[in-house]
Design a protein around this ligand. Sequence first.
Ligand SMILES: Nc1ncnc2c1ncn2[C@@H]1O[C@H](COP(=O)(O)OP(=O)(O)O)[C@@H](O)[C@H]1O
Ligand SMILES: [Mg+2]
Length: 315
Amino acid sequence: MSVLLEVDRLTKVYSLGNFLSRLKIVAVDNVSFSVKPAEVFTLAGESGCGKTTTARLILGFEYPTSGVIRYRGKEVEGLQGKKWWFKEVQAVFQNPFETFNPLKKVESYFFATVYNYDLADSKRAERFIDEKLQAVGLSLQEIWGKRPGELSGGQLQRASIARALLTNPSLLIADEPVSMVDASLRMSIVNLLRKLCDTFGLSVIYITHDLATAYYISNRVAIMFRGTVVEMGPAEILVHPKHPYTKLLLQSILMPKPKEEKEEKRVSVFEEEEEYLQKGCKFVLRCPEAMEVCEREAPCDLFEGETMVKCHLYR
Ligand SMILES: Nc1ncnc2c1ncn2[C@@H]1O[C@H](COP(=O)(O)OP(=O)(O)O)[C@@H](O)[C@H]1O
Ligand SMILES: [Mg+2]
């Protein structure tokens, strides 16, 4: 089977405001991609471009406005809340200190998951849990009796990956898993995701705004801008980008920025509304290569081999 997960024209519109002023935020706009077995597929883009919303739609935490998600060829609507789904698809989030209750011992989460999913009986539970912790470079002994605050951010993030592995999932969604981890430990955790993919045949959706780690571990990458995928293809698109936005993103990691610009930038809802009303390409106002047609017409997806680019330059 060549496709594990298929996201087909997924859209999520949030409505805010009251009856006088309805504000629509198009968080995810007609996004399509597929994830193959045993690959790292990366969703990359600036803060606010819709990465987390896409992940939440896949996990079933949000309901799509339109579009379909298929898993092993079957539509998942209605299955996402079920135990079966969370056995197959697991997630790791940005802040491991939010994943675990500060008052609870870390191992209690492991035992709860094992019993909840009937993964092992009480005699075998410890060994089973230890195996998963070993797979991420920890052991049950190391975390035993500890509360989240007694582990480092890196250890705790490894622990949350180990817990996600308990159900032997086929797909792991890792949403900015290293952005809260010490810079010196980031690479080891990113490498761990690659290793899990290679040794256990796990598929990983790696969500990040960091193109360097994306290039390092991904088989394929999708670049998102304001809710849409503007370029997608093998990780090499980060070396030979086609879309002007991908080019700009890559330039911006090479050029040091003034400190205040490094702060996460959130797109204001008004800008979002403006963009929603706009007819042409969403990137036209920032594009150094914009042409007249870009203001009038939204570009469609143009394919060349395995690469897709949504840009009039390549028509
Ligand atoms: N529950 C929500 N209600 C309203 N707007 C939301 C909600 N969740 C996300 N958004 C908006 O959707 C857009 C995409 O957000 P998000 O998916 O979190 O982006 P990313 O993960 O790429 O930073 C942003 O403009 C954000 O403000
Ligand atoms: Mg996010």
